[in-house]
Design a protein around this ligand. Structure first.
Ligand code: BES
Ligand code: MN
Ligand code: MN
Length: 464
């Protein structure tokens, strides 16, 4: 690609500063206090897309936060790449664990990023990765090297389940028509080991409520004589895994995709150090489903995890009380062929059925979505593979991820195109955690690699 490295070298300070400005706006979609900030971020993204060379950019209203849509159509006989990303971020709490405020970006060195990383909520997930595409477009338009058409769809509700994006996609199939969908919202194995994400897990997220007596009770006067909702909830949750850490919900595994020994052997070739993994997390042992490796447990196997549990007295000191209610938020990560609505139903029936007498149980589904697998024999994958080869000098490793971007399966269904996941984050970048960051090396390498994807995708489409 003519001049990409020179272009990046000339403009890298501006590339960093523009991202820093975007990271200063607290676009927390989950917290209504930040509503105006989320909308302000959509406007900032619109301005940047215009400056990068889109011919039209609109802010599309939804029932929730707006979707920024932009396009540059050069020739309708050429292929079209649709870029998806999100400008909303996770809440930053707990704030006291941040070494610098989450919306005051700073550049600091880390062990994984000796050349520096930008610390801010959203740096990696997903403002930084989304912005790589905006800068790659700028390069291609300013140097007249855009080889095909491009559309951008950047949403503001990914972190809260993309509730309005599905309707938008269904209502705008024509406008969004494309030959491939390109997303940078995942990770890579290591800075010197490029990888392409070939799978995302599905998700079912539920909340449960256990109610015992009609009011909080004195734990001496009533303790031992009535069901304590917190004790009961803890027991019910514990029963959801057996001694091999298999999930006990009847039917849960019925549709789970079974990988062949050959596929598992192929997966096991990806570089991975269990020692380094444990060290990075300060744990003395890993934990999980019997019969599977760590990388299998967090990608090709389904899971059930409590994300939050509360009830009773949690203030200072001690209060002797039996709470009337106990609650938990539970997520299930799903793998190909499991249907998230069916799993949600199985969970609900099972959880209600194991409630002992003396309590009532309510299960409320939140959001969910299907998993996704990108075939490695499609031209989108091949174009991405060649792009990494050009900029990293190595063929990337296909790798299934444990995370979820539930809307991707809907894209395939409604728009009939494959999604290519070119993630540039590292596992150590602390997405969703305090001190989230994104390596400057990764950011610039992303900007460098993306234009090659366009080039090779266009070439491979012509050969088809
Ligand atoms: N970008 C992440 C998903 C991700 C991260 C996938 C790293 C693979 C590797 C996305 O923003 C996210 O956080 N998704 C949520 C689901 C969503 C419905 C809230 C998730 O995976 O928990
Ligand atoms: Mn994301
Ligand atoms: Mn996220």
């Amino acid at each position: 690609m003519q001049n990409i490295q020179t272009y990046i070298n000339t403009h890298k300070d501006r590339f960093l500063n523009e991202l820093i400005e975007l990271l200063k706006i607290p676009s927390i979609s989950a917290d209504s206090t930040y509503k105006n900030e989320v909308i302000k971020t959509a406007e900032a993204v619109k301005t940047q897309l215009e400056q990068a060379g889109c011919d039209t950019v609109e802010i599309c209203k939804t029932k929730g936060f707006p979707i920024v849509y932009g396009e540059k159509m050069i020739d309708k006989n050429l292929p079209t790449v649709l870029v998806y990303g999100h400008y909303d971020v996770q809440p930053p709490d707990p704030l006291n664990l941040w070494n610098s405020p989450p919306f005051e970006p700073v550049i600091k060195e880390t062990d994984s990023h000796p050349e520096g990383a930008i610390f801010a909520r959203g740096a990696c997930d997903d403002k930084g990765q989304m912005y790589m595409h905006v800068k790659a477009l700028e390069f291609m338009t300013k140097t007249k090297q855009l080889p095909c058409n491009v559309k951008f769809m950047i949403e503001g509700e990914e972190e809260v389940g993309s509730e309005n994006l599905g309707d938008f996609v269904k209502a705008n199939r024509e406008k969004l028509s494309n030959d491939v969908i390109l997303i940078s919202d995942t990770g890579m194995i290591a800075k010197d080991t490029p990888s392409i994400t070939t799978g995302l897990r599905g998700l079912s997220y539920v909340e449960v409520e256990v109610t015992g007596p009609n009011r909080d009770l004195h734990s001496g006067l009533y303790g031992g004589a009535v069901a304590n909702p917190i004790n009961v909830l803890a027991k019910m949750i514990a029963s959801l895994h057996d001694e091999n850490n298999h999930i006990t919900i009847p039917g849960f595994y019925d549709k789970v995709e079974i990988l062949s020994e050959a596929e598992r052997a192929e997966m096991a070739k990806a570089p991975f150090s269990l020692e380094a993994y444990k060290k990075a997390l300060d744990i003395d042992a890993v934990y999980g489903e019997a019969g599977y490796t760590t990388n299998e447990r967090n990608s090709i196997r389904p899971t059930l995890d409590v994300n939050g549990i509360w009830g009773g007295y949690t203030g200072e000191g001690a209060k002797t009380v039996i709470a009337s209610k106990a609650y938990a938020k539970i997520s299930m990560r799903l793998v190909p062929h499991q249907d998230w609505k069916e799993i949600t139903q199985l969970f609900k029936s099972h959880f209600e059925s194991i409630a002992p007498k003396g309590v009532t149980v309510k299960v409320t589904p939140h959001h969910g979505g299907q998993g996704y697998v990108t075939p490695i024999d499609c031209i989108g994958y091949q174009a991405a593979s060649k792009a990494y080869k050009s900029t990293f000098g190595k063929t990337p490793i296909p790798q299934r991820s444990g995370g979820s971007i539930p809307i991707v399966s809907l894209f395939e269904k409604e728009l009939k195109s494959k999604t290519i996941l070119m993630g540039f984050g590292l596992d150590s970048d602390a997405i969703h955690s305090p001190n989230e960051h994104f390596g400057i090396f990764n950011y610039l390498k992303g900007i460098e690699t993306i234009p090659y994807f366009y080039k090779y995708f266009t070439e491979l489409s012509k050969q088809k």
